[in-house]
Design a protein around this ligand. Sequence first.
Ligand code: NAD
Length: 285
Amino acid sequence: MKIRKVGVLGCGLMGAGIAEVAARAGFETVVREVSEEVVEKGLAKLRGSLDKAVERGKLDAAERDKAWGRLSGVVDLGALAECDLIVEAIVENLDEKRKTFAALDAVVKEGALFASNTSSLTITQIAMATRRPDRFVGLHFFNPVPVMKLVEVVRTLITSQEAYDAAIEVVRAFGKEPVTARDNSGFIVNRLLVPYLLDAVRAYEEGVGSVEDIDKAMQLGCGYPMGPFTLLDFVGLDTTYYIANIMFEEYREKRFAPPPLLKQMVLAGRLGRKSGRGFYEHQRK
Ligand code: NAD
């Protein structure tokens, strides 16, 4: 399984980051979105991130131009036919992911490796929508993808050794550090992180402290790089809400149940950074 060409499904928060990392690592990279308009928007965001890396001295301008030259955006799934690896980063919804992978399975070459960046669904559930569950892994990246070093590599009961080895190799080629996780909802990081974030919302609902003070307390008291509400705004309240529901459904444990305030904020369109307002006000992106 030699990986040269990478396809990325979705050019939102995570898809744009994954595509940027792949292109910067030297892979020809094709990003697929739902419409021309969203493709343009996603690529503009990606370009902004590359430019910022140059401004900050993390990337030289010539490297940026090369990475940009390796990137393209499409709407047609057929344009991914020759990819050696597909990384899916679309909305956290099982039906959508299964539908998309079933369609991909019909057009992408036999030997290609499929990967999902799902936060909380099991890889097995998604992989079984294709005829290649043995060539299917989880590649769980972290936000912001160009900065965060970790990728959880998820191996199911059916993942072949060859597919797993190829996944580990490509993660290293992306300049990231792999850890291997079992296919349990939430893998390692979200299994521990999600109950903590939901508990922060509950603490606020109960009046334990203000948003600012809870954030400050965890930052200065525990040495965390940011408090839970700042992190929730980064991750997206909608994404957190979907994740919590899926993990609750899977484990039936109260610690994964989304608190009412989280649901209300999602319904009210306060999704965090991406919508301009979450627990904090942000400059609209
Ligand atoms: P997002 O809402 O920012 O982006 C999702 C994108 O997918 C949107 O641009 C949407 O237009 C596009 N899309 C929807 N259906 C599509 C399809 N069939 N084909 C191509 N594009 C499609 O969401 P996100 O935060 O980038 O999350 C994407 C995935 O990554 C989810 O599974 C999420 O759980 C996971 N994830 C998120 C984070 C995070 O911090 N936000 C971290 C790790 C993993």
